[in-house]
Design a protein around this ligand. Sequence first.
Ligand SMILES: C[S@@+](CC[C@H](N)C(=O)[O-])C[C@H]1O[C@@H](n2cnc3c(N)ncnc32)[C@H](O)[C@@H]1O
Length: 304
Amino acid sequence: MFKKNYANKQNNIFVFDYSDSTAKKVKNFYKDDPFPNYELSDNRGTIISKGDKNLYTFNLKKFIGHNKKILEVGSGTSQLANYLAVGNNNSVVAFDLNFESLKIGSLFAQNNNINNVDFVCGDIFDDIFENNTFDFVLCNGVLHHTKDTYDSFKHSLNWLKKDGYILVGLYNKYGRLRTFLRKYIYKIFGKKILMLFDPVLRKIEKGSSKKINAWIKDQYTHPVERTHSFDDVLKWFEACNVEFVNSFPSCEIFTEVNRKEPLQNLFTPGKKGSFVERILSQISMIFTRQGSEGGLYLFLGKKK
Ligand SMILES: C[S@@+](CC[C@H](N)C(=O)[O-])C[C@H]1O[C@@H](n2cnc3c(N)ncnc32)[C@H](O)[C@@H]1O
């Protein structure tokens, strides 16, 4: 699986050294508050029930199927990697530059008897994995925190097999407006007032202070963060020979087929819509749950 030799293996994590200054800055940022972290009561059962209730993760797991090699780039504390590995014969790699985050994920896997996840610590820009290794590469909420979003996308794509799928989750240029406004509220009034305005914070189990702090830090104080439009991703897909499968929210704001289950639509072939439709779809995020929870959007592509 690896192209290079790892420096060492600690806490069941393969560790690759890196020297990039942005990577080090981001690592230091997450060091004391690994993201997204677990709630106090989390265990194998709660991870399965939460994952199954979430339409995105449930449909993703169903779409991936069995006997696949999956890479989660920027897995943080690796809830998703652990959820995707439970109850099947997939082989999952949780990859992140923050050793502290991976340590939490790896301990969770050990304590909950999840044996088909490998934890790898390193930087996306270092060619750690052999090219064309994985059937599915997930890059959710990570590429916009690196030194270059497009370049990190290309590196992640190298690790994907031909006909494999890549899922990219990024902050939207328009859809993140509500978070920008809350940043000012946080700066002026602090954490208590923020709890009233941020719907994600209100949902976190009381007492899970590590998870609360991780969310506040990640959303409101990140030192390396960019936003991108739908058209940015379409351009990258085109340039890298990746076929557009679908997006969430959909690019076709007027003709979205099954509006009740848009997250299921993400995994079925869709259309790119017109430029105007795409702009409207992104603006509409401001008024939906996506916009109130950080403005993250998802694009699924297939490597040709
Ligand atoms: C916002 S968190 C997302 C975690 C997880 N994917 C999720 O959606 O909950 C971003 C993660 O990307 C990792 N990351 C940032 N830059 C990276 C890089 N150059 N190489 C590997 N991981 C990176 C960070 O350490 C952090 O854990």
